[in-house]
Write a protein that binds this ligand. Structure first.
Ligand code: ADP
Ligand code: ZN
Length: 210
């Protein structure tokens, strides 16, 4: 199964992707994670990418597609995958479409004021990447999985959040239009499990058809 997850930063896309990965045995391919790994290499490309993502600016489509294509050519993607954070623009969708056709697109929806609220309170583990939120019950500032101290990403600071949400507003409607009746809409206003339930039902049916 080849899937795309659409949704703004803070919509809970990543959390949903992890649940799908567990139940359906396909890897989560997050372009954001791929870029953060490239930044860590401290290469020329890494420095360029860092200066963009810290401000919340999109990396150019050609670079993004090359990075994605490289990842999708690896063995674990043979059975399918779930794309988290790609495509972000219509041009990216068109590039992907030439490479392969996806089976379904899950669009995660949440009102803008709630997105902002979730993003400013979001924290991440530097070691294992786990996401937490200062407003969630039991928050201690330490990672629930590995105990490491949590930090706030530079792009979760208010100025960068604004840039990211504006880009989403501009780019998402054309993407949803592009994929037409492949799109399955879900609201992430409830808990992660409540968000996942209808998606799981939808994917089970899709799996049977294929
Ligand atoms: P979020 O979805 O929370 O904004 P991500 O981790 O998906 O965060 O992405 C972080 C940053 O990586 C983005 O703000 C952008 O700079 C870059 N990025 C990720 N995916 C793409 C993409 N498909 N096209 C261009 N830039 C991207
Ligand atoms: Zn951790």
């Amino acid at each position: 199964m080849k899937l795309i997850l659409l949704g703004a930063a803070g919509s809970g896309k990543g959390t949903l992707a992890k649940k799908i990965t567990q139940d359906f045995g396909i890897p989560q391919i997050s372009t954001g994670d791929l870029f953060r790994a490239i930044v860590k290499t401290e290469s020329e490309l890494g420095r360029k990418v860092k200066s963009l993502i810290d401000k919340g600016i999109l990396v150019p489509d050609e670079i993004t597609f090359e990075v994605l294509k490289d990842r999708l050519s690896q063995k674990d993607c043979k059975k399918g995958y779930i794309l988290d954070g790609y495509p972000r623009t219509l041009a990216q969708a068109q590039l992907l479409d030439k490479l392969t056709k996806v089976d379904a697109v899950i669009s995660v929806n949440l009102p803008f004021d709630e997105l902002e609220r979730r993003l400013v309170s979001r924290r991440q583990c530097a070691k294992c990447g786990d996401i937490d939120n200062v407003n969630y019950p039991g928050y201690t500032g330490k990672c629930r999985k590995c105990g490491e101290k949590l930090f706030q990403r530079d792009d979760d600071k208010p100025e960068a959040i604004k840039v990211r949400l504006e880009a989403y507003k501009k780019n998402n409607a054309p993407l949803v239009g592009f994929y037409g009746d492949k799109v399955f809409n879900v609201s992430s206003a409830g808990s992660p499990d409540e968000t996942y339930a209808p998606v799981k039902t939808f994917l089970k049916k899709l799996e049977e058809k294929n």
